[in-house]
Design a protein around this ligand. Structure first.
Ligand SMILES: NC(=O)c1ccc[n+]([C@@H]2O[C@H](COP(=O)([O-])OP(=O)(O)OC[C@H]3O[C@@H](n4cnc5c(N)ncnc54)[C@H](O)[C@@H]3O)[C@@H](O)[C@H]2O)c1
Length: 454
């Protein structure tokens, strides 16, 4: 493995050196690599009269609505029905998509319909597992929002249902299908940052609506919300609008910062590195500011140890999330290696290479002299220290690519980027990060066997 990555690193450096003159103009390397971009190879829009895909949306809130809008951009997709537990969302669905959209509060009615091929599940996290399993057993393909499950114990049932039914199951961490993630994967493989040894991710948020204090509709009540169903698979409680509309703040329904945000970075990191996940997880943090009844911390730090595997060397990951951060809006994923680093977004990668020591640095020259090496004084041609790869203008984005990846797999009985095994391996370290925080102890995980370890 080491030799392979050494060889690929040398290959990358050679390529970089030979194209250096062109790259100084900013585009040489990019132009050479552009045609390997997956999206150019992807069979976009494979649509004929006989392969219309009829979908339904279960959970028509913020993300479900976005997912359905994106799905409808893929040619040959028709939205037939919408399920939600709040009247207001069902009304909105009819206003947005037409009066003939079938609406219901009972997801099993959706699953019983013969005219529906596939469902998007965008409910709060505590319903993902049950609806996914029921949907696949009812013969539906599934796009399930992240995190795939609400607790580590729930994962195996989803994997089993996918295997047993053979249905196409995609988890919704859309970044993994993006050009940015794909380019980062290519660059890492080609040795662009040398040997990976560290990765980090960060979110900073501050505004109430960003930190889950969502507005509650004026007409919210036990009459307009099917509360009984909402809590039917968790602890029974009297109707509470906050627990319904601001569900992320409560552990019965949400998965905190780690399940909501870290999971995206695990998905991208695992896609880019080919990793199955970390084996040690340790969290710390606290509730510093948002004393609004939330049960989850508003500052969370997680550290994760990744062991050496055939896909990557051993490395460490540090993830942070701060909901009281005045720099609100900052978010990043960075991979660091022995030769440089990459800052990765869904539509760009900035590659930074080690700085070359300047030949006129007196300290360096003295060291060289003492070692018996003299510099001729002639300046060198230098490779670029920083290159940014940007997606082409008009790129439809990770969300479209991810949805298109699912619809294409349905049409061709093909593979998706983020199946149940991948989705579980991304969700588990995030969920174990919460367990570590609440239990105040490190958690151990066997990412290959997908089991909590001692
Ligand atoms: N991939 C992403 O970038 C991304 C972004 C935001 C949210 N999400 C995920 O999407 C999911 C939904 O998040 P959101 O922000 O849209 O929340 P939301 O509160 O806006 O929407 C959830 C909807 O689900 C409905 N619902 C609750 N229980 C239901 C049930 N049993 N059956 C049918 N409908 C039910 C609610 O009435 C609500 O309309 C979460 O799992 C979240 O993690 C993903």
């Amino acid at each position: 493995m080491k030799e392979n990555s050494e060889a690929s690193r040398r290959g990358f450096i050679k390529k970089l050196a030979t194209t250096a003159a062109a790259v100084t103009a900013g585009s040489g390397l990019l132009a050479a690599d552009k045609h390997s971009f997956h999206y150019l190879k992807q069979k976009y829009n494979q649509y004929g009269p006989n392969n219309q895909v009829n979908i339904a949306l279960i959970g028509a809130g913020g993300m479900g609505t976005q997912d359905a809008i994106v799905a409808l951009q893929v040619p040959g997709v028709k939205l037939v029905a919408v399920c939600d537990l709040y009247d207001g969302r069902l009304k909105e669905a009819k206003t947005r998509w037409g009066a003939d959209i079938y609406t219901t509060k009972i997801y099993k009615e959706i699953l019983n319909r013969k005219d529906i091929d596939a469902v998007i599940i965008a409910t709060p996290d505590h319903w993902h597992q049950q609806i996914s399993v029921d949907a696949m057993h009812a013969g539906k393909h599934v796009y399930c929002e992240k995190p795939m499950v609400h607790s580590v114990a729930e994962g195996p049932a989803v994997i089993k249902a996918q295997k047993e039914t053979g249905k196409i199951f995609q988890v919704g961490s859309q970044g993994v299908s993006s050009l940015g993630n794909e380019k980062a994967h290519e660059l890492l493989k080609s040795g662009a940052i040398g040997e990976l040894n560290y990765a980090e991710g960060f979110w900073a948020r501050r505004a109430p609506v960003e930190v889950w204090q969502y507005p509650i509709p004026d007409d919210a009540s036990a009459q307009t919300v099917d509360w009984e169903t909402y809590v039917s698979n968790t602890q029974k409680r009297p109707y509470d609008s906050k627990r319904f509309f601001r569900w992320r703040n409560y552990t019965d329904y949400g998965t905190g910062m780690a399940g909501d945000l870290f999971v995206h970075l695990f998905s991208s990191l695992h896609f880019i590195t080919g990793s199955m996940g970390p084996n040690k997880i340790y969290a710390s943090g606290g509730l510093r500011y948002w004393n609004d009844g939330r049960e989850v911390p508003d500052v969370l730090l997680g550290t994760f140890d990744y062991g050496k595997t055939v896909s990557h060397p051993a490395f460490n990951l540090s993830l942070r999330c701060n909901f009281v951060d005045g720099t609100s809006g900052t978010t990043y994923l960075k991979l660091v290696g022995s030769e440089g680093s990459m800052d990765i977004t869904w539509d760009s990668v900035t590659l930074k290479r080690n700085k070359v020591i300047a030949s006129d640095d007196p300290f360096y020259l003295e060291k060289m002299r003492k070692a018996g090496q003299t510099d001729s004084g002639r300046k060198h041609i230098l490779p670029p220290e920083e290159i940014t790869f940007n997606a082409e203008k008009g790129y439809l984005g990770g969300p479209y690519d991810h949805m298109n990846n699912w619809i294409t797999a349905i049409r061709t009985n093909g593979k998706v980027t983020e199946d149940a095994v991948f989705g579980y391996r991304a969700a588990a370290p995030a969920l174990l990060c919460n367990d570590s925080y609440y239990k105040n102890t490190p958690m151990f995980w066997d990412p290959e066997k997908m089991k909590v370890a001692k």
